[in-house]
Design a protein around this ligand. Structure first.
Ligand SMILES: Nc1ncnc2c1ncn2[C@@H]1O[C@H](COP(=O)(O)OP(=O)(O)O)[C@@H](O)[C@H]1O
Ligand SMILES: [Mg+2]
Length: 303
């Protein structure tokens, strides 16, 4: 294990800098079928360093399928997946990790009864001493985990605590700091705020921004447009497996994004029906006229 000045493994970050500020990861017309179920079709997406790309969509829209392709869990069945401009086909999450693509899953792969520091190094433990008497370097792991968490602004009073006793938000933060430490260039977060309250969500969003500020390209999956809009540079909305909207922050406002997420036209039709039912207040639902927001699909174009 090598520590550089800022305490992270800089090797991957430095050796594999993307060509002329281009996308680290790109999907081009990418799709995936599970047997005869087409879960994803014709999706274009780019992930840039120091940018947060939000992928939004209702349940079943294809969000998890999309990140499973990028994280090496599933292979795409149409289009291309490019890393640093080169087409790739991952056969396992290890392949994706080797390219610096780290994924924090909703159910967090942690061992609840193990201490925080131990979870920080799970699967990549630090050791000391010559073979065959190598043993875990516990002091170094504790010290490093403590420093790395602090570097990200995460203050935990006791790293000996079983990670299972931390709040969901704190565990997400530890997972983000871990990915940063191990040199991730792309960080994929699958609905990190879905099960959290308002305050904890805010804390997680802060570390999403911290990871971005460290130069990572972040893919932030959520069905909450408010959370997306707090940190997002680009917004891709999936509906039934295809891109319904792909727009930079300058091209779309929170209200419009919310309408896209709410399923604009469907909601308006529903409003019309609900208006005929007594006791249902439809004031807050959008009018059909408000839902004619421009759809900017893949504004960057394909190159
Ligand atoms: N392993 C699978 N086998 C068959 N169908 C699947 C599988 N995974 C997802 N699907 C289907 O693909 C569609 C998209 O699912 P998913 O990517 O999980 O959406 P989301 O994460 O946005 O809720 C859904 O219709 C879902 O039922
Ligand atoms: Mg999902």
């Amino acid at each position: 294990m090598t520590d550089n000045a800022n305490g992270t493994h800089g090797a991957i970050l430095q050796d594999k800098a993307p060509n002329d500020g281009g996308a680290i990861v790109e999907l081009r017309g990418t799709g995936k079928s599970y047997g005869n179920v087409r879960a994803l079709h014709g999706v274009d997406l780019k992930v840039f360093p120091s940018h947060v790309t939000c992928v939004l969509g209702d349940n079943g829209a294809g969000k998890s399928t999309l990140i499973k392709i990028i994280s090496g869990l599933h292979q795409h069945t149409e289009g291309d997946l490019l890393v640093d401009g080169d087409p790739v086909r991952f056969s396992s999450p290890r392949d994706a990790l080797d390219k610096g693509i780290a994924t924090v899953y909703q159910d967090l792969a942690t061992v609840p009864l193990m201490p925080v520091w131990r979870n920080f190094f799970l699967g990549s433990e630090m050791t000391k001493g010559p073979w065959p008497v190598r043993r875990l370097d516990i002091a170094k792991m504790k010290e490093t985990a403590d420093r790395e968490l602090r570097n990200m602004g995460i203050i935990l009073d006791d790293l000996e605590r079983p990670i299972g006793t931390l709040s969901g938000g704190q565990r997400q933060c530890v997972a983000i700091a871990r990915a940063v430490y191990f040199g991730a260039r792309v960080l994929i977060l699958d609905e990190p705020t879905a099960a959290l309250g308002v305050k904890q969500s805010g804390v997680v969003l802060k570390y999403v921004a911290a990871a971005r500020d460290r130069g990572l390209g972040v893919i932030f999956i959520t069905h909450n447009p408010h959370h997306a809009y707090m940190v997002g540079d680009h917004f891709s909305v999936l509906r039934l497996g295809t891109l319904e909207l792909s727009a930079d922050r300058s091209e779309v406002g929170l209200e419009e994004l919310t309408n896209h997420m709410a399923g604009g036209a469907e909601l308006a039709a529903l409003k019309h029906e609900l208006a005929q039912v007594r006791g249902v207040d439809t004031e807050e639902l959008p009018e059909e006229d408000d839902l004619t927001a421009p759809v900017a699909t893949a504004p960057e174009g394909k190159s």
